[in-house]
Ligand binder design. Structure first.
Ligand SMILES: [Zn+2]
Length: 138
């Protein structure tokens, strides 16, 4: 039997690598690099190294796991969090780009983000989500 076939047979019904495993591998590598960069700091490198190994071992364990249903659920959850992070980052970027023309406020009751033009003095704002009314200086 060829080596490749043996690997294929070994990996049969196992999870294999997915986006979450790749992310864990990335975390492991970054922590490993930080361990080397921060070698002069007391205690921290040891903690980072333990974290790096933990991420790597968890990554390999996930790849070899035969409980594919659970691993796929974890991967789906990872995708959700990744999307939420990208959304948050995009909003931050848009706020930064529009900072000269608009001012941003959070609704005190539902925390939704509101955008108002700058330089209009004191404004009575109405939240478009919950209808809460409050005053802010633009
Ligand atoms: Zn609101």
């Amino acid at each position: 039997m060829r080596f490749r076939d043996r690997i294929a047979q070994f990996m049969y019904r196992r999870n294999g690598y997915d986006a979450y495993s790749l992310f864990l591998l990335g975390v492991s590598v970054v922590l490993m690099l930080l361990t080397r960069l921060l070698i002069w700091v007391p205690v921290l490198p040891a903690v980072l190294q333990v974290g790096s190994w933990a991420a790597l071992i968890y990554c390999i364990w996930r790849i070899l796991s035969k409980n594919t249903y659970k691993r796929q659920q974890e991967n789906a959850r990872y995708y959700e969090l990744q999307q939420a992070f990208f959304r948050w980052f995009r909003t931050l970027k848009e706020r930064w780009q529009q900072r000269k023309e608009y001012k941003f406020f959070r609704c005190p009751s539902c925390h939704v983000l509101l955008r108002v033009p700058r330089g209009k003095g004191k404004l009575q704002l109405t939240c478009r989500k919950c209808g809460n009314r409050f005053e802010r200086r633009s």
